[in-house]
Structures are given as structure tokens and as C-alpha cells.
Design a protein around this ligand. Structure first.
Ligand code: LLP
Length: 413
């Protein structure tokens, strides 16, 4: 997909009508695209002992969670609210892995009281868990000391990472597991996000498998998420046949060698399933030409989509009002008081005029879920475009400024 194409089934007419009816800024999510992503991934896992879970942090829109449940995926929850939401959506405790990092005793007790398996990434927490819940089932998150990702902020393994128990401390894990009679039913790792290189993923998995072979109590090995998607014109989609050949097949072969008889593997992607299923609709209110830049200012900003500001992330921008306009080079900037507040820098986009409607593409993952109220700008609305029929559904409404103040400070005059 480029700036000058919209992924089907997003349709320019529908998006323009949505903006007319619901206003901007608005996130829109396509059910069809998510279902297609799931079946694409599954088609490369068919016949293998690999299950899918969904990393809810990518997008917690209710229809997305319901879709994941309907499709039979599990869920990776990382906070009490994600956990409670998953349970209220209908996920059974054994479909949920609770992977909070630096969790409190309260969180640990909450997850345990719900019967959810805990994914523990610190020796001190494992010990505490053992003391409070001896003989219980537990999963341990390892740091295989190999990390990867589209930006250094999203690399979650390796020497400098706060995540997981370093593999060198495997003996300590064994000691605590045995001291408290814990049943180590799972090992987990998640080395980073936005990975398009299969070899590095396998290198990390290989480290983990060497540890896993030492635990015959294992029921699952969770290999995390991290599968990348192409955002920019120079990025290629992940080659899933290669993924199957270089990762899934060796896993199957390993399974035959592992002492546990019912070992399964889990992938828990977020981005891969939902990134391409989201667009953010914004309206242009300002065109400013300076000696060096042509700025198009819009009614949204880094509070609504922070990926460009945090990671310098690339999101294609499509002019829905003038799709056939001549290409010009623009900086698409937001309404937040920070110079990091941009959606695109020096980007060729169809000619933009004040009042134009722009679609920012591939924002279904880590868009709304990372949004903030910075500058007291209320959050965008969210809409669901169902696969069947044409009825668009409101997921969450956009608050007005007054509603936001009233929610934060009820009773204020
Ligand atoms: N499992 C665990 C334990 C995770 O921490 C994550 C993501 C995932 C699975 C899913 O990773 P994915 O398949 O989506 O790559 N905000 C960043 C991404 C941060 C990912 C954090 N953990 C971004 O917008 O690029």
C-alpha cells in the first residue's frame, strides 16, 4: 500500500461519508481486514501445534476483542484493566496469559484469583508467587539475550532489557520452582516488535528451546509477538512461507524431541493482526508555506497517534478529498504544542487544501491504545466497519471539551 492507494475494503466514499456523519478525528477499523489477517497467518500454521493469542495492548476496541474470541484466539493481557476486560468479553481464564511486567502483589493476587496463568519475568516475583501460591501453575518469561525490533524502544530482550529473566539465571528459576513446588507449565519470550527478519527470531527461539528441554513439566512455549508489517513503500511484507519453513517446521521437529508429551507453541501477535485494519480520519484546517516547508495542519495530533513522534514511524497519508490531485511535498502536523507533533515529514501527497479530509493509514495497532489526553484534547471517536452488511457501528464516541472536564472533575462549576 502506498500513499496513493487505500487497502480494500476501505472505500473512499465510505470514509468521506463517515467523516460527514461522525466528524473528525475518527479511527475506523475494518473487521474484514482483521479476519483476513488471522486466516492468512493460520494458513501458514495449519497442521502444526501452534496456537494464536492476541496481544490486546495493540488495540482494545471491544469489537476487536470480540472478534478474537470468536476466532478462537487467546489473549495476552498486561494490566488489571486488560485482564478484567478480557474476562468480561468472555475469554476463559485458560485462554489468558497475564504478562504484566513489574506487577504488584495486588495484581498477582487478582490474576491468581481469576485462575489465570501468570507470566513472571523477575526472579523476585517468581519467589513471591511461590511463597503465596505454592504448588501452582506458572509461566516464566525469559530474556534470550537476543532482541530485535523496528526501533530501539521496542526491543524487549538483550543485555539492556528490563524484560524477562536472563537465560543465564535458569538455575535460579529451577531452584525457586523446586523450592515452592511450582508447576512450570509455560516458558515465554517476546524479543521485540515490528520484526521482518526471520533469522533473528529463530536465533532467539533456539536459545529458548535449549532451556525448555530442561523442563518436562512444560505444556506450552509462548514465542511472543513481533511479526512486522510494511508501513512504508520500501518495506516488504513478512514472508510467511519462510516463517513456516524456518520457524514453524523446526518447532514441530523439536516437539518430537521434548520430554513433554502435550507441548504446544503459542504466537501472540498484536500488530500483524490489526495494524493494517485501521485508518485515522483527520481534517485539514491550515496550510502554511515557509521557505523550507509546506505544512498541512490537522485537527488531531501526537496525543491521538504518537508513533511518528515516539519512533519516527512512517504512516502513509491519503488525501480523500482530492485523490487525483497533483503530488506536492507536505509536512502533516497536528494541534499539540510540541515539535514532535507530526504525522508525516516531507511526504509526497495529493494536493491538500483547507477543509480536506486525510486518511492516515495502518494505524490499527498502537494508535488509539497509546493515545493520551495531552493538551486536554479529547480522544478521537472509534468506528467499526463490519464485514457483513453496511451498518457502521460506533465503538467509542468523541468527547467534547466540556464532557472531558466533567468526567475528570465531576461537580466543578
Ligand atoms: N507479547 C508481548 C509480551 C508484548 O509485550 C507485545 C508487544 C506483543 C506480544 C505484541 O507485539 P507485536 O506483535 O504487536 O509486535 N508501541 C510500539 C509496539 C510496542 C510493542 C509492545 N509489546 C509500536 O507502536 O511500534
Amino acid at each position: 500500500m502506498t500513499e496513493h492507494e487505500l487497502k480494500r475494503p476501505f472505500n473512499p466514499d465510505t470514509l468521506r461519508e463517515i467523516a460527514d456523519s461522525y466528524g473528525t478525528p475518527t479511527y475506523c477499523y475494518s473487521e474484514q481486514i482483521i479476519r483476513d489477517r488471522i486466516s492468512l497467518l493460520r494458513s501458514h500454521l495449519s497442521g502444526t501445534p501452534v496456537h494464536l493469542s492476541y496481544a490486546a495492548k495493540a488495540n482494545v476496541a471491544l469489537p476487536i476483542l470480540r472478534l478474537m474470541l470468536d476466532e478462537g484466539l487467546g489473549v495476552d493481557a498486561v494490566s488489571p484493566a486488560e485482564l478484567e476486560l478480557a474476562i468480561r468479553v468472555g475469554f476463559a481464564p485458560d485462554q489468558i496469559l497475564y504478562s504484566a511486567n513489574n506487577m504488584t502483589d495486588q495484581e498477582m493476587n487478582l490474576a491468581a484469583s481469576k485462575g489465570v496463568v501468570m507470566n513472571v519475568g523477575e526472579l523476585s516475583r517468581l519467589k513471591r508467587f511461590g511463597q503465596d501460591f505454592p504448588c501452582s501453575r506458572v509461566c516464566v518469561r525469559l530474556n534470550p539475550q537476543i532482541g530485535a525490533g523496528h526501533h530501539k524502544h521496542v526491543i524487549t530482550a538483550g543485555r539492556d532489557s528490563k524484560f524477562g529473566i536472563p537465560v543465564e539465571q535458569t538455575d535460579e528459576i529451577k531452584r525457586i520452582v523446586s523450592e515452592y513446588d511450582l508447576q512450570l507449565i509455560g516458558l515465554h519470550q517476546h524479543i521485540g516488535s515490528g520484526i521482518l527478519d526471520t533469522d533473528v527470531v529463530w536465533a532467539a527461539i533456539a536459545v529458548m528451546l535449549d532451556v525448555a528441554i530442561q523442563f518436562d513439566s512444560l505444556q506450552f512455549i509462548n514465542l511472543g509477538g513481533g511479526l512486522g508489517v510494511p508501513y512504508g513503500p520500501n518495506e516488504h511484507a513478512l514472508d510467511l512461507s519462510l516463517w513456516r519453513e524456518k520457524i514453524v517446521r523446526p518447532l514441530e521437529e523439536y516437539r518430537g524431541r521434548h520430554p513433554s508429551t502435550d507441548l504446544t507453541f503459542v504466537f501472540e501477535p498484536g500488530r500483524f493482526l490489526v495494524a493494517e485494519a485501521g485508518v485515522l480520519l483527520v481534517r485539514v484546517n491550515t496550510i502554511k508555506e515557509t521557505e523550507h516547508h509546506l505544512f498541512a495542519g490537522v485537527d488531531s495530533g501526537m496525543g491521538h497517534l504518537s508513533r511518528p513522534a515516539i519512533y519516527g514511524a512512517y504512516h502513509a497519508v491519503y488525501n480523500l478529498s482530492h485523490p487525483d490531485g497533483e503530488l506536492n511535498t507536505y509536512d502533516i502536523v497536528g494541534n499539540i504544542c510540541e515539535s514532535a507533533d507530526f504525522f508525516a515529514r516531507e511526504r509526497a501527497i495529493q494536493e491538500i487544501r483547507v477543509g480536506d479530509l486525510l486518511a492516515i493509514l495502518d494505524v490499527g495497532a498502537y494508535g488509539m491504545s497509546m493515545a493520551s489526553l495531552y493538551n486536554m484534547r479529547p480522544l478521537p471517536a472509534q468506528l467499526w466497519l463490519p464485514a457483513e452488511g453496511t451498518e457502521i457501528r460506533l465503538v467509542t464516541a468523541r468527547e467534547s471539551a466540556t464532557e472531558l472536564i466533567d468526567r475528570l472533575y465531576p461537580g466543578l462549576d
